[in-house]
Design a protein around this ligand. Structure first.
Ligand code: GRF
Length: 210
């Protein structure tokens, strides 16, 4: 199987993109995939800078709602696996429909808890702390046309400590994201994790310790 051509959508600093770039820079991951395109809805996104530093095509999307344009852009780069790594816009239906079972998102909570419209960044961690739960974590899920609603591919939990602030919890969860996302992307690229048409996920990752 030829390595998957991975397209990454990111709105922010791109630390998850950085984790993907590091992971796929070496074997065995590099046999399964390579990041070939980075798109952002923000021209000043750090994620675009990270890509440009490695001579990876990095483009700002003129209109994130224009699904036809986004779909054609992805197709023109022969992208066959899409990863949302801190992408804050809803992915247009034309794009979701074009990559069934081949689009993943990372979310900084244990979905289905603390997800959905408006639940991003420190809002997630503030809600987790306010709820008084003692465990949070990262979720990587397949993307459908709703925010944070697709089938879950894998999760990694982290403790919520009594003295946590949204910032300290965010940092702990982000570490879990960096450990989890590249492994899930590699597993999907390698065909070890598959989203069935009935919405079930076949295969699994060995869970990581805290
Ligand atoms: C991460 O917390 C991710 O879960 C959320 O946005 C953040 C992206 O951070 N969707 P970065 O841009 O990858 O550093």
């Amino acid at each position: 199987m030829a390595p998957s051509r991975i397209g990454v959508l990111a709105s922010g600093g791109g630390s998850n993109l950085g984790a993907l770039l590091s992971h796929f820079a070496a074997a065995p991951a590099s046999e399964h995939g390579a990041v070939c395109l980075v798109l952002s809805d923000r021209e000043d996104a750090g994620a675009l800078e990270r890509a440009r530093a490695l001579d990876i095509p990095a483009l700002c999307i003129a209109d994130p709602r224009d699904g036809v344009a986004m779909r054609e852009l992805l197709r023109s780069h022969d992208i066959d696996l899409i990863v949302l790594a801190g992408y804050l816009k809803l992915v247009p239906a034309e794009v979701v429909a074009g990559w069934p079972g081949r689009m993943l998102n990372v979310h900084p909570s244990l979905l289905p808890a603390f997800g959905g419209p408006g639940m991003y960044g420190s809002r997630v961690h503030a809600a987790v702390i306010a709820a008084g739960v003692d465990t949070s974590g990262a979720t990587v899920h397949f993307v459908d046309e709703h925010f944070d609603r697709g089938a879950i591919a894998a999760q990694q939990s982290v403790p919520v400590l009594p003295q946590d602030t949204p910032a300290t919890l965010a940092a702990r969860v982000l570490q879990a994201e960096h450990a989890l996302l590249p492994r899930v992307v590699e597993a999907v690229a390698a065909g070890q994790l598959v989203l069935n048409p009935d919405g079930r996920v076949n295969g699994q990752l060995h869970s990581l310790p805290f």
